[in-house]
Design a protein around this ligand. Sequence first.
Ligand SMILES: [Zn+2]
Length: 185
Amino acid sequence: MAKRIFLCAGHSKVSPGYVTREFREFDLNYEALKIVSKRLQKMGFEVIELDEAVYDLPYPQYLTRRIEIINETHASRRIDLAIDLHHNSSSSVRANGSWFIYGSESGGQLSRIMAASMQSIGHKARDISLEELGRRLGFIKKTHPVAVIIENAFMSGSVDKLILRFARGLLYNAVADAIADSLNS
Ligand SMILES: [Zn+2]
């Protein structure tokens, strides 16, 4: 049976996350969602996308509502992996690369494979636990299925800014492949 993935774009239209002169984080997250979803479906995965109406909600409702929907869905149709797609920021332009953030042991296994998949094509990537991150993220702590937050790239990074400006479609396709690798292993 096809593995079932629940996919969300981080933040919302009215609470867009990190904003630069060039991009709003939510817009990038949403673009990533569409590309990742399409590629995973092409590869045979069942993808459930978060209801569009949730993207109209402000913080923290957009977060609590998505967690409720994921848990309701999981109760009737087992979700193998829930993913929230984000973009990172840092005060250092030297911070670049994709981060795969997890809470549970099984989330850690998947995140390690995703990071290794990105590294295998020469991209900077790491897996990182909530403990190491020093944050309690509701999307990971409160969802019942295994959940991973993907920080696709640093909107503030010198290298990642170029990727986001000129080649983000390639990045998001590579992230989709990394997700597929982790679920196929
Ligand atoms: Zn974010």
